[in-house]
Design a protein around this ligand. Structure first.
Ligand code: SF4
Ligand code: SF4
Length: 407
């Protein structure tokens, strides 16, 4: 890719935050306050007390080295050449579930460079020096060869829309694009993408889908430290929407929303990105979509880390649920900003499945404590995590799939 060589990657990219005293104005590193993982008082910079449990890998392993603070300190030492890259160091760096809780809590940085950004930069550094973690190699190769982390050949992509009669971008330009995401052709993501398309269609929205040519949004590439793949996917996705004159991207998965929000910033003004829950909430509020069927169920909603803390989308899913006759919304103790991670992000299920399973089970326990009949999510990665909870777990369903039953 042109100009790639000039672009700082890895720890070089976050260099100014690796010097505790700061080389430039407003740069500062971790001050070791412990707010991102400790069980003591909440972050003193915050006006809303944070949760008792903060960083999932720390709660699971219970060693200080698995805290966001330690990851930041390790990054400093690796950057200055004081520590070698060892398997133990890699384990600490790659057990981060990318839940973004430390980013929400850390009072030192609020300019987009917090503890989680440092962890991602460390992953970039490790990829540059050592290549991907062995457990992540299939994701890496999948992205490189098939443009999706699940290594699905293009002939297997786009089938989620079979029989729905949707317009494809290749046939025409479209102001509104439904971006289905790489999970749409897998069990975890198909129902959500289909429901979003049906709800948009029944509300009279003119839109198109990409079909088999759809490429990954790049989220996995970014979060796992495959920065060059992320930059390529961002460039190609932006070129695609420019060619097709797309002005509005509606995504079916909470994780895609986090990546597309960044792409929209690069695209500049004129391109808006919405998660399906935001889009459908607007259709409901404007009266273009009406829920006429009653669903007598007690439902709890799991805020995905990427859609919630990553994009600040908390109220729209609840707006949809409150508009469905018969639905009683019951909240888990840890909700919205303080929602507990499902363990499904950051490549943790592939590399540390015992941590991912513990995380999902703990969240499922909390969901059951509400007395709900069902748990709803807006992310395919969360669906995948909860699908592994096994016997005794609540049924889990995509929010929009659930809502589409009320139309
Ligand atoms: S993003 Fe989450 S798992 Fe990763 S270091 Fe921060 S709090 Fe821990
Ligand atoms: S990463 Fe932020 S919240 Fe955590 S110990 Fe350092 S300064 Fe405190």
């Amino acid at each position: 890719m042109k100009d790639q060589a000039k672009k700082p990657l890895g720890l070089e990219r976050v260099k100014k935050w690796l010097y505790a005293k700061g080389l430039e104005e407003r740069s500062a590193g971790c001050v070791l306050c412990g707010s991102c993982y400790g069980h003591g008082p909440a972050n003193p910079y915050e006006d809303v007390p944070g949760p008792k449990e903060k960083c999932p890998p720390y709660e699971f392993y219970r060693f200080q080295r698995h805290t966001p603070k330690s990851r930041w300190l390790m990054a400093q030492r690796v950057f200055h050449g004081l520590d070698p890259i060892t398997p133990e160091l890699k384990e600490v760096v790659y057990t981060c579930t990318n839940c973004l809780m430390c980013q929400e809590l850390c009072g030192v940085r609020n300019d987009g460079y917090g503890p989680w950004d440092i962890t991602v930069a460390m992953r970039e550094e490790l990829t540059l020096k050592d290549g991907p973690l062995e457990a992540h190699r299939p994701l890496f190769e999948g992205l490189r060869e098939h443009d999706n982390p699940w290594a699905q050949p293009k002939t297997q992509r786009g089938h989620w829309a079979d029989g729905l009669g949707l317009k494809k971008l290749g046939d025409a330009t479209a102001a509104t694009l439904l971006f289905a995401g790489c999970s749409a052709d897998r069990p975890d993501g198909k129902a959500g993408a289909v429901a979003l398309a049906k709800l948009m269609k029944s509300s009279g929205v003119q839109f198109a889908v990409i079909g088999e040519a759809e490429k990954c949004c790049g989220l996995h590439a970014y979060d796992l430290g495959f920065r060059e793949e992320y930059d390529r996917l961002q460039e190609e996705n932006l070129a695609m929407i420019k060619r097709a004159a797309v002005r509005e991207v509606v995504v079916a998965c909470g994780s895609c929303q986090r990546a597309w929000r960044e792409h929209a910033k690069v695209a500049g003004s004129g391109v808006e990105v919405f998660h399906g829950a935001q889009y459908v909430a607007e259709l409901v509020q404007s009266g273009r979509l009406k829920f006429t069927q009653t669903i007598r169920k007690k439902a709890t909603y799991h805020d995905s880390c990427h859609l919630g803390r990553g994009c600040g989308v908390y109220e729209e899913p609840r707006t949809i649920l409150r508009a469905i006759p018969g639905v009683e919304l019951v909240e888990m103790a840890r909700n919205r900003r303080w929602s507990w991670c499902c363990g499904g992000g950051g490549g943790v299920p592939e590399a540390y499945p015992e941590l991912a399973k513990w995380n999902a089970d703990d969240r499922m326990r909390e969901a059951k404590e509400t007395g709900a009949d069902i748990m709803l999510t807006s992310s395919a990665l969360c669906q995948r995590s909860f699908a592994g909870c096994g016997a005794g777990a609540l049924p889990i369903q995509d929010l929009l799939e659930f809502a589409s039953q009320a139309v």
